[in-house]
Design a binder for this molecule. Structure first.
Ligand SMILES: [Zn+2]
Length: 418
């Protein structure tokens, strides 16, 4: 797609910054939407104009110009599903699993999610913040400009609020946009063992009002699964969350088909995530309610799963497909988007174009941010990455390099190797 020099796309009178001599995959409408020999102008924090180089005025005066030297510009990656705030390490558990230890043996040795809960509860807010800020700084070098972060390793009111307070500090201190999600219904804490209904009552009656008062989380998530919470328990959390004005999203159909997706879609969830065991009925519900399917190939890979999500059905029914790191210490310690793109292509059968749309425009939609993030268009936030690649597929094809030249967030250079 090339915008011709015409009066319907005039260069704006006032701009702050111009990126010249670039190739662009704008990812508009979920396709590459390529423009060659193009330029992009920023005013304030927004993209003011995109067009061909020959439409630039002859003099740019004192405007800040970044010559992209024919490199590629894509929208910054939106990582729409992470558990980025945690303390402790699960490396020993990884070794135990490789040596053949069962889930029960790992739990008996103090491993599993309970070990992350224990370490996260014990850590001070400052310690958690330092750990998380380091991860955010690394994600920036990987071209990730928006990050969703879930609570869910506290599992009591005080510790969940502590995690969300850390997310609030990251919102203020990191260049990336941070979207915080309350995931109190992530796992059953030890003090409620064998009493899941009591815990769900605690989540809805004590924790949700506290999270609402704190004012940092904008969405509520639930892990609906046979090892976590039932469809009925999920419904109880969602109904209270919606009453309180939160958006909702779901960890669904990862290890079995609990039919949580249909429930979440009907209730207007932004996204349903994982989806390896999603049924055709679930796909139809997602299509009918415009729910985003977030695929998490990192967790599939680390858990050595074999059943892949129904990508063909999702495509056929035009369900928007996003991809995300699922960054977490147990099942997806993946601190970069490019290997996720690679896994989405090789493990789940996405095309490179679909994987890149999944990490940009569809991921933005999964966070309710499609009007301001995820593609390059006038009026959207000037969140973009300059990549030293020959073609956008180079972001999906190799593993172990992230050829970032510059990360721009809100029009400002947030990271550069130029
Ligand atoms: Zn998750």
């Amino acid at each position: 797609m090339t915008i011709m020099h015409d009066s319907s796309n005039p260069f704006p009178e006032t701009v702050d910054r111009i990126f010249t001599h670039c190739r662009m995959a704008t990812m508009a409408k979920g396709t590459y939407s390529i423009m060659e020999n193009a330029a992009l102008a920023v005013y304030g924090k927004k993209i003011a104009w995109i067009g061909p180089m020959d439409a630039l005025p002859e003099t740019l005066g004192t405007t800040w110009v970044t010559d992209c030297q024919n490199l590629w510009i894509l929208p910054g990656f939106v990582d729409c599903h992470t558990h980025l705030i945690w303390a402790g390490s699960r490396a020993k558990e990884f070794e135990m699993r490789l040596a053949g230890a069962s889930y029960a043996e790992i739990a008996k040795a103090g491993g599993g999610i309970v070990s992350t809960v224990r370490a996260t509860r014990a850590a001070s807010e400052n310690t958690l913040f330092d750990l998380a800020a380091g991860r955010m700084a690394h994600l920036l070098t990987q071209g990730i400009t928006t990050v969703e972060i879930k609570s869910g390793y506290g599992l009591d009111l005080e510790s969940e609020l502590k995690m969300l307070a850390v997310a609030g500090r990251l919102q203020k201190s990191c260049p990336q946009q941070v979207e915080a999600t309350f995931l109190g219904a992530h796992a059953l804490p030890p003090e409620f063992s064998d009493r899941p209904d009591d815990y769900i009552r605690h989540v809805t009656e004590a924790m949700l009002p506290g999270v609402k008062d704190q004012g940092i989380a904008t969405a509520v998530d639930v892990f609906c699964e046979n090892i976590a919470f039932s469809r009925e328990q999920t419904r109880q959390v969602f109904e209270k969350a919606l009453d309180a004005g939160f958006a909702i999203k779901l960890h669904a159909e990862q290890l079995s088909d609990s039919d949580g997706t249909a429930l979440a879609a009907q209730l207007g969830a932004l996204s349903c995530d994982h989806l390896e065991y999603l049924s055709l009925k679930g796909v139809q519900k997602m299509a009918a309610h415009d729910t985003v399917a977030v695929l998490l190939p990192g967790a599939f890979y680390y858990l050595r799963e074999t059943r892949v999500p129904p990508v063909d059905s999702l495509r056929l029914m035009n369900v928007p497909i996003a991809v995300s790191t699922d960054l977490n210490p147990g099942s997806s310690p993946v601190h970069s988007m490019t290997p996720v793109l690679n896994m989405a292509c090789l493990l789940f059968g996405l095309t490179c174009e679909q994987a890149l749309a999944g990490a940009t425009i569809h991921a933005a939609k999964a966070l309710g941010l499609a009007d301001c993030k995820g593609s390059l268009a006038p009026g959207k936030d000037a969140d973009l990455v300059i990549w030293d690649v020959d073609t956008p597929a180079d972001l999906c094809y190799p593993v172990g390099i992230t050829p970032v030249k510059m990360v721009v967030i809100g029009g400002k250079t947030a990271y550069t190797r130029m």
